[in-house]
Design a protein around this ligand. Structure first.
Ligand SMILES: *Cc1c(COP(=O)(O)O)cnc(C)c1O
Length: 224
């Protein structure tokens, strides 16, 4: 259990220069690793699994901003609604509705990113770009009183092909700018794209928030 301190400082310098936020993806990693990164100043952490996030939130410092970056099932929203800082992967209206309902119950406003399907793979969740534009045009988003849509999130294909990655990031950035222009809302300012292997390219294409796990914490050998 050893965090990659040098890598953290290097990445942090690059991101600060580009004004890009860093979400340290700590899924499957123990609390001591999170605390080690916390001690270096990191406050934004990302988790994929509801139960793991709930357990970590309960035992770690209260000034950590917890980002939920995995696939969220509607019936589990209630567990994270009291504290979650940003939900990245909102992939449908059913989920949006449930987040709003739970946010009202907690008397909170919950920030969300809408996930856009940009990869070739069938397995990645999210709205299609056209579906998303339709949703924005419908004006429905205004009905969710306790949800703030802060921006978009996407996951590129699992490939090292830089051309494919660039095209996918570019497409997402285009959709982001379209939605931003339509909403004309100061809160809509976050484009979450880029992970350990592709964050530099994602930033070039307009990312404002990257989600980095293995470069900071080492490889994940435990798959939940
Ligand atoms: C695990 C995960 C990451 C981090 O992946 P790394 O390759 O370890 O940086 C980023 N985003 C999502 C949605 C993830 O599930």
């Amino acid at each position: 259990m050893l965090i990659q301190k040098e890598a953290y400082h290097k990445i942090k310098r690059e991101l600060d220069a580009a004004k890009v936020d860093l979400v340290a993806v700590s899924k499957t990693k123990p609390n001591e690793d999170i605390l080690a990164l916390y001690a270096l100043g990191q406050r934004l952490f990302g988790e994929n699994y509801v139960q793991e996030l709930v357990d970590k939130e309960a035992s770690l410092p209260k000034d950590i901003q917890w980002h939920f970056i995995g696939h969220l099932q509607s019936n589990k929203v209630k567990y994270i609604a009291p504290f979650v800082h940003l939900i990245h992967g909102v992939d449908g209206e059913k989920l949006l509705k449930e987040i709003n309902k739970q946010a009202i119950k907690c008397n909170r406003v919950i920030s969300c990113l809408l996930q856009v399907h940009i990869a070739k793979e069938e397995t990645k969740f999210g709205f299609d770009a056209t579906e998303l534009i339709d949703l924005v045009d419908s004006g429905q988003l205004a009905n969710y009183s306790n949800v703030v849509v802060k921006g978009l999130m996407g996951m590129a294909s699992f490939t090292e092909d830089q051309v494919i990655l660039k095209n996918e990031f570019e497409a997402l950035a285009t959709t982001f700018n379209q939605v931003k222009n339509k909403l004309n809302n100061v809160h809509f300012d976050t484009l979450s794209m880029g992970m350990s292997s592709d964050y530099a390219l994602a930033i070039k294409e307009g990312s404002t928030m990257v989600r980095i796990g293995s470069l900071l914490f080492g490889a994940r050998n435990l798959v939940l």
